[in-house]
Design a protein around this ligand. Sequence first.
Ligand code: ADP
Length: 390
Amino acid sequence: MDARTGFPVVGMVGGGQLARMTHQAAVALGQSLHVLAVSADEPAPLVSPNVSLGHHTDLDALRKFAADCDVLTFDHEHVPTEHLRALLAEGVEVRPGPDALVHAQDKLVMRRKLAELGLPIPDFAEVTSVADLHEFGQWPCVLKAARGGYDGRGVWILDSPEDAVIVDELLAAGTPLLVEQKVPLRRELAALVARSPFGQGACWPLVETVQVDGICVEVLAPAPEVSAELAEQAQDLALRVASELGVVGVLAVELFQTDDGIVVNELAMRPHNSGHWTIEGARTSQFEQHLRAVLDYPLGATDALAPAVVMANVLGAPEAPAMGADERLHHLFARYRDAHVHYYGKQERPGRKIGHVTLLGDDMTDVRTRAKLAAHWLSHGEWLDGYEIH
Ligand code: ADP
């Protein structure tokens, strides 16, 4: 409890953009998010006055941080599960708890659990030797690091048995591996839900996530051309996962859409890139909802505020633009008076997510075109005149 305000203290482990945007939502709820960050120049410590510096793999640093917080939650999945179990045993409120979070930390644990629940997933197998890959026998296939991957790092498409040699190298480096069927996906979707300890669930409209080279570049809300039946199936699936796994907070279920339906790709138990559009585009943002959930407040309404909402990530350009970021922002606002811009306080580096822009409107193609042009301008300092969505 913060004696100055009478409100409980939420501590978030990790100081990235998700903690930064959660802090923004926390302020409105009378809070000031406490953040455990590795360095003072990460996105959240740049804006929150309540920062502890320490590493998320250091149990003592976690203990010390948790001592001043009523609830502990996360901006990423990288706290070792055994540390979370130790904190829980010592009486810390860990939300989501380790028994849930492990399914977002370890893809093999997650695949096994979803298989047990009878949910649609790709064929998969654990890989402890090259022989396991040959026994799996599907080419092409997708080899994955079970732990530690993000934004496509830790994912390798293997086209033929000759590519299997990579396994030895990865196993020698201590990377736990699994192999999956290469899903003939038409596109990627995400079902975002939240669950409170009381057991209340809430889901936002199903979205499409547009990926380039394993990185999400755009999110379209709602996902265009999805039948009401498919949307409901995806949302029911996500709510079921949240309740079966005992998730507390926001849960993002990343999905592949195939000609036959949907299969689950992976889970994230925190605010997620596929939900940034909710800040301006939904009645309750994912960041506020995550806080409500971890504090066991009733959850907020999740309906969209416009027929079409598009979030486009601003990624660092391959070459630094001649025009500075501040001047690019001036020009952007001159051209798009309705663009909602979020910068994360990060240095520009090629391919790095440094911010995002959200636009709302009535027509998805129009909104998507404007969001794409706006984000491209902020990244590259050039207008894609004549650009059309195909
Ligand atoms: P990360 O944890 O790094 O985000 P993902 O498991 O989400 O990794 O995979 C990254 C991308 O690789 C996915 O967004 C998808 O485009 C592709 N991918 C992953 N698994 C498969 C699969 N089984 N079949 C086809 N494509 C896949």
